[in-house]
Design a protein around this ligand. Structure first.
Ligand code: NAG
Ligand code: NAG
Ligand code: NAG
Length: 373
């Protein structure tokens, strides 16, 4: 899942983005927002490519095939702008260079400019809140394998169902389901699910995820290391880095409270800083960044796909009634994308179960919905 950071005023002031760049991003976002209209009319898509095509046509699919660098170079942006604005934004948002695909690049650039929302208490509350609202029955455990089996229902008719085997503590359990949705990256390191005895076998994905380390530090930054000249009263709140920087971090920025627009220091005058880096920071490195610090907490994880266009997105339909949500991350990884993928999978499963083929993969939906109103 992507973690975003908004630009601070100082950076926006120094680098007022050229208006052509804003128009380029706004156009992509404008087209992308069509998905909410389609989903509010219950339309579903059976592949990530079909979904993107319905929003932005071949242009969107071409964005998946090209690097962001190629896409923006073709659109006439200067090398300086690409190196000093676009590359640092990709490093903070996706821990990668401008060699990521053009689509995820557009999503990432759009985030850099608009006000982002945060949830008081942590974004994780979205998950527990949704779970509660849906009145679902949550069973905690790690899924080990999924196997299709024929079961005889009470009516006496044999029916194909999926057996899901999972581990809770040291115990193994299993249950039968009509429809299964997999909402975790299918990657042996992250969720080691085996698909047993499927014929033909379920497609194996080798989606590589990007390793990233987040370190939160409360302390006094030594701003001299970022600029040999005296900064005077010009305080730093966000520092992004370019691809060829010799620094050991991708970015560092002050963490602000959900309630305040401007971050407030704690009583001792220090701030909490969030650092993204490719490797775990050593104590020596932390002492290079900070004059003094109180505490540091770190979290390393496989945060988002490692992008390598041309992207071939994993299937949404893995088997008759077995669906996969995280394939959408190959286009762009963000909470909003996960929500769209989940809504799409729910609609797709429902329409396929009920034989509503006219609600799936419809061409020219935009025109169709325009005349319907
Ligand atoms: C994208 O590349 C794939 C091959 O990787 C190709 O099959 C597809 O036609 C390309 N799509 C576009 C819109 O260029
Ligand atoms: C995944 O699970 C299989 C069997 O369930 C096991 O043999 C394998 O070592 C596991 N792989 C990882 C990376 O945990
Ligand atoms: C701050 O960093 C600069 C540049 O690395 C270094 O010369 C200076 O000694 C540091 N200041 C302190 C007080 O450690």
């Amino acid at each position: 899942m992507k973690v975003s950071l908004s630009f601070n005023d100082a950076i926006s002031l120094i680098y007022a983005p050229p208006s052509s760049y804003l128009i380029w991003c706004l156009m992509a976002i404008f087209l992308f927002k069509r998905i909410y209209r389609y989903q509010s009319h219950d339309y579903a898509f059976s592949t990530v490519e079909n979904l993107l095509h319905s929003l932005g046509g071949d242009d969107f699919l071409r964005m998946l095939n090209r690097t962001l660098l190629e896409t923006l170079q073709k659109a006439g942006f200067s090398e300086k702008f690409l190196d000093e604005i676009v590359a640092p934004v990709m490093r903070v948002n996706y821990g990668q260079s401008t060699n990521i695909n053009g689509f995820v690049g557009a999503v990432s650039l759009a985030c850099a400019d608009s006000g982002l929302w945060a949830v008081k208490g942590g974004n994780k509350l979205i998950c527990s809140g949704l779970l509660q609202a849906s009145k679902s029955n949550l069973i905690s455990g790690s899924v080990m394998y999924i196997e299709e089996k024929t079961r005889t229902k009470q009516t006496g008719t044999p029916t194909k169902m999926y057996e899901v085997a999972y581990q809770t503590g040291s115990e193994t359990h299993s249950d039968f389901y009509d429809i299964v949705l997999v909402a975790t990256p299918l990657n042996r390191k992250m969720s080691n699910i085996t698909f047993l005895n499927f014929d033909p076998p379920i497609e194996e994905f080798h989606q590589y995820y990007q390793y990233i380390v987040t370190t939160l530090i409360k302390g006094n930054l030594n701003s001299t290391i970022f600029n040999s000249r005296a900064l005077g009263k010009f305080d730093l709140s966000t520092i992004l880095t370019t691809d060829n920087s010799d620094l050991f971090i991708n970015s560092i920025g002050i963490v602000s409270s959900v309630r305040e627009n401007n971050p407030q220091p704690s009583e001792d005058g220090t701030y909490v800083w969030k650092i993204f880096s490719q490797e775990t920071l050593t104590k020596k490195q932390i002492l290079k960044l900070f004059l003094s610090y109180d505490y540091a907490v770190k979290q390393q994880w496989l945060a988002y796909p490692h992008y390598k266009p041309p992207e071939k997105c994993p299937s949404i339909i893995l088997h008759d009634r077995l669906y996969y949500l995280n394939g959408i991350e190959c286009a762009a990884s963000a909470m909003e994308m996960s929500a769209i993928a989940a809504h799409n999978a729910a609609l797709l499963a429902y329409h396929r179960w009920n034989g509503h083929t006219d609600m799936i993969d419809q061409e020219d939906l935009y025109e169709k919905l325009k005349t319907e109103l």
